[in-house]
Design a protein around this ligand. Structure first.
Ligand code: ADP
Ligand code: MG
Length: 398
């Protein structure tokens, strides 16, 4: 779960990580009142769960109250599109108003769970600011990765090593040790997967201040951080993913056009691989779980169909504990309830597979069945391509 910058910065102060003075506003009136407290000029920062705001007009410096009101009215209620948001952007409901800092240097600092190395890693670069991804891609030597030994935790020598790499002075080094320790405390005590400061700036006066804050919490550990779980902002997430979570389904929206409904994460991944191998692209990853019932299948199927970009659906169920005839009933129930306008290919294997396929065949619905996974992948890729061509053709004539 991601937090907004303003929420992360509030946590930063709890761990003695310096941030600029700031206030949150959810209306132009609140923004004006906040500016009275903070004084002018002021920075207006759109709160969305994505970076790249600076380049997209989501971070604006306002010299006057009139300018602030114009910017606040334009940003609040709009959808901000940045290089890191979905194409439709993310809704802006809050602004962070922040005192401007006079920047001498922009650094990058992050702590993250390095799953491959099974430890927490520090990432740091003297080339912080808005283009860190490009720096990492073109000049990997400009990014230091320093792994923290889990048995001993973060040690002072390691803080000095990172500080030296960042080119800090002896005095800044002392402040940096406190800041990095605070960040480490925050990551471990909040069960975060990532905490990132980009930029961490050195001010003209030589102070270190976190100007941006990104915090990604481990969903699996939220049950022991109810105070943090309450900061969840569903408006920043895919509506279907939220609905799926409420149903206990694992659903992740992807960029392709083939909806996949599968039971078991391993089978789901194999299915996506096969679709890709046959030239298609999955629109989602949907795992109805190992113990799928007809009812769950019906709800999952309806969820897949509700996605406009789905041009064809592949249902791939392995009946182990679950019986395939019940799965077929679930599919039929969902089709009856929500209707289906795209081709559906079904592959059932395992307990009562033949009975399940027979039910589908006799349903009178245009559901194509497949004997093997390869057959299913071929059929659904062809079906999606056919749909795409129809849509394109219709569009071309209009
Ligand atoms: P994003 O990463 O989404 O673009 P940031 O919070 O990093 O948003 O802001 C973008 C840039 O705006 C920063 O790299 C920094 O140069 C500038 N900036 C942000 N906050 C402040 C501030 N309080 N004072 C001065 N400059 C700021
Ligand atoms: Mg940033």
């Amino acid at each position: 779960m991601n937090l907004h910058e303003y929420q992360a910065k509030k946590l930063f102060t709890r761990f003695a990580i310096p941030v600029p003075e700031s206030l949150v506003a959810s209306s132009p009136d609140e923004a004006r009142a906040a500016a009275q407290t903070l004084g002018m000029p002021v920075l207006v920062k759109a709160q969305v769960h994505a970076g790249g705001r600076g380049r997209a007009g989501g971070v604006q410096r306002c010299e006057s109250v009139a300018e602030l009101e114009t910017q606040a009215s334009a940003l609040l209620g709009s959808r901000l599109v940045t290089s890191q948001t979905p194409p439709a952007g993310l809704p802006v409901s809050q602004l962070l108003l922040e005192a401007p800092v006079v920047i001498a240097r922009e650094l990058y600092l992050a702590l993250l769970v390095d799953r491959e190395a099974e430890c927490i890693a520090i990432m740091a670069s003297a080339a912080g600011g808005m283009d860190i991804e490009a720096v990492a891609a073109t000049q990997p030597e400009a990014v230091l990765v320093s792994r923290i030994e889990p048995a001993v935790g973060l040690r002072p020598w390691q803080c000095r090593q990172v500080g030296l790499f960042l080119g800090l002075t002896a005095q800044q080094q002392r402040a940096f040790e406190g800041l990095l320790s605070g960040l480490y405390q925050l990551l471990t005590s909040c069960d975060a997967r990532l905490v990132e400061i980009n930029p961490l700036v050195v001010t003209e006066d030589g102070e270190l201040i976190a100007l941006d804050a990104k915090l990604d919490l481990d969903d699996s550990a939220l049950y022991r951080h109810l105070e943090l779980a309450a900061l969840h902002d569903p408006s920043q997430e895919d509506a279907r993913e939220i609905a799926a979570r409420a149903e206990g389904l694992s659903y992740i929206s992807l960029d392709g056009d083939i909806g996949c409904m599968v039971n078991g994460a391993g089978l789901a991944m194999a299915t996506m691989d096969l679709i890709a191998l046959h030239g298609g692209a999955p629109a989602n990853f949907l795992d109805v779980g190992g113990s799928a019932t007809a009812d769950r299948v019906a709800r999952a199927f309806a969820l897949v169909l509700s996605d406009d970009k789905v041009a064809a659906v592949l249902v791939n169920i392995f009946g182990g504990i679950v019986r395939c005839d019940l799965i077929a009933e679930g599919i039929l129930a969902a089709v009856e309830e929500v209707g289906v306008e795209v081709p559906v290919v079904v592959r059932l294997e395992g307990t009562n597979a033949a009975l399940g396929l027979e039910r589908l065949a006799h349903s009178g619905l245009a559901i194509e069945t497949a004997a093997t996974l390869v057959d299913a992948a071929n059929k659904v890729v062809a079906a999606a391509a056919g749909q795409g061509a129809t849509i394109q053709h219709a569009g071309g004539e209009a």
